[in-house]
Design a protein around this ligand. Structure first.
Ligand code: SF4
Length: 460
């Protein structure tokens, strides 16, 4: 059952599929051991990463995230200082105590990057194993991090989907839709906007006030990420020696408040998006939108178009924006994928651009058809975008790519507003094209750092 609150998850950088997902998977495994009444017998745990998690796990912080989940940290509530202290204690003591149970875990011995076995059902595979005090394997389970912080067990991914409808909750939601075409037809029948439709579906899950509080919190975390990024200087971690650029661009913009070059719009969108993605690259708190790698595009649009000059958000606008963008994100999640390891960067930055374009068009008063058209244009010009992060870090090309994505999203929304929404290419067609392109794309370009910029840019 999908909710827009599953698309926008608060977590830590640098990657939703490689950081947030593995942390949640370790948590799931620990819970599972408890449910199976195996915790009292568990003496040692081992974690094995395969596929993209093995290839880019070091640069994406996957190994740390897996351990933090085991230690009981959650992406939504993590305190980064406490997390650092817990990781240091683990590497020193080679054991941890949780729920009254002391378990051995030597990161050097018990974390395995398995390059020999291919990942099976999804490129981001993680296996966890529990051993008793005699060293016998007592339980193991394979999970997948399917993008945007979503996780699935091997058993869950093996089951064919019952249907392709979005937001099916035992018939609990009022408006079931499986495509953009369905979505637009419900909007026409009910004479409501996409944002209204999505919020009415969310009402079936929790009171409206609770949804609004959570959307406002998501928006606040996005804006806080921008502020931290604008005000933090220095080099990003990971050894690439990438310098944070947002504070200097911000200082220049603030130093020339009356600047009216035609290109200034680009500067503002660039600086907000880069601020978020520099924070993400530094392991700071961000919101999946729909992933961490693409976390800067939606906040940049919100900050520029839904806030006043003091950065105070207009809650009405941001809720319309997030509900609309979230609804578009649900379509991509359900009908294709939002995982860079499956789709390349078109599934991350492309989807974020599409969501942001649709959300912005809605804020500007577009009809549902124009919103869908904006989302379509936002994706159409990201089709084929590869994922080839240099050094396996979420820095080059990711940070600038978010800046370009934010500008493209605003442009897509403008183009859509000049039309009636009846374009030659539909949102459903572009989503399906992205899916097919992702399937055809060589794995070299799907978050493995084995092709593209990752092999042509020398790390130094
Ligand atoms: S290139 Fe795109 S998909 Fe790949 S890590 Fe960077 S932002 Fe994510």
């Amino acid at each position: 059952m999908l909710s827009i609150l599953d698309i926008f998850r608060i977590g830590i950088g640098p990657s939703s599929s490689h950081t947030v997902g593995p942390m949640r998977i370790s948590q799931r495994f620990w819970r599972r051991l408890g449910q199976k009444k195996l915790l009292t017998k568990t003496d040692r745990i081992r974690m094995i990463f395969r596929g993209s998690l093995a290839f880019t796990g070091l640069g994406h912080g996957t190994l740390r995230a897996g351990q933090l989940g085991l230690l009981g940290f959650k992406p939504e509530t993590i305190n980064l200082n406490m997390a650092e202290a817990a990781l240091s204690a683990l590497s020193e003591n080679l054991e941890f105590t949780r729920d009254g149970r002391t378990v051995q875990f030597d990161p050097k011995r018990d974390i395995i990057l398995d390059f020999d076995q291919a990942a099976k059902l999804h490129p981001n595979e993680m296996e966890l194993q529990a051993f008793d005090s005699k060293g016998a394997l007592i339980y193991k389970r394979i999970y997948y991090s399917t993008g945007g912080g979503f996780t699935a067990s091997h058993a869950q991914l093996s089951k064919p989907a019952k249907n392709d409808k979005v937001a099916v909750g035992g018939g609990a939601v009022p408006y079931v839709f499986g495509s953009a075409k369905d979505l637009l037809s419900v909007c026409t029948q009910q004479k409501i906007s996409i944002a209204d439709l999505i919020m009415k579906n969310e009402d079936a899950r929790r009171p409206r006030a609770q949804t609004e509080v959570r959307l406002d919190r998501i928006m606040a975390v996005m804006l806080q990420g921008i502020e931290r990024g604008l005000n933090t200087r220095g080099e990003l971690p990971g050894g690439l020696h990438v310098r944070r650029r947002a504070p200097d661009i911000w200082a220049k913009l603030c130093g020339a408040p009356g600047a009216n070059e035609r290109e200034t719009l680009f500067d503002w969108l660039n600086v907000y998006a880069m601020a978020v993605n520099e924070e993400n690259a530094a392991g700071g708190q961000v919101v999946t939108a729909p992933t961490n790698g693409a976390a800067g595009i939606i906040p940049a649009i919100i900050r520029h178009y839904c806030c006043d000059e003091t950065a105070k958000p207009d809650k009405k606008k941001t809720r319309i924006f997030l509900a609309t963008a979230g609804g578009i994100g649900l379509l991509y999640k359900q009908r294709a994928s939002i995982s860079g390891a499956e789709m390349g960067c078109q599934g991350e930055v492309g989807v974020a651009c599409s969501m942001a374009a649709g959300g912005l068009a809605a804020v500007w008063g577009a009809s549902p058809e124009q919103v869908a058209s904006a989302a379509e244009i936002g994706m159409e010009h990201n089709l084929g975008l590869t994922c080839d992060p240099v050094g396996g870090l979420v820095q080059i090309p990711c940070i600038e790519r978010n800046a370009i994505g934010a500008v493209k999203a605003a442009n897509a929304a403008r183009l859509a507003l000049h039309g009636s929404g009846a374009g030659k290419v539909s949102l459903d067609q572009v989503i399906e094209t992205m899916r097919q392109t992702g399937l055809d794309m060589s794995s070299k370009y799907k978050e493995t750092s084995q092709g593209g910029l990752a092999v042509n840019v020398i790390e130094c």
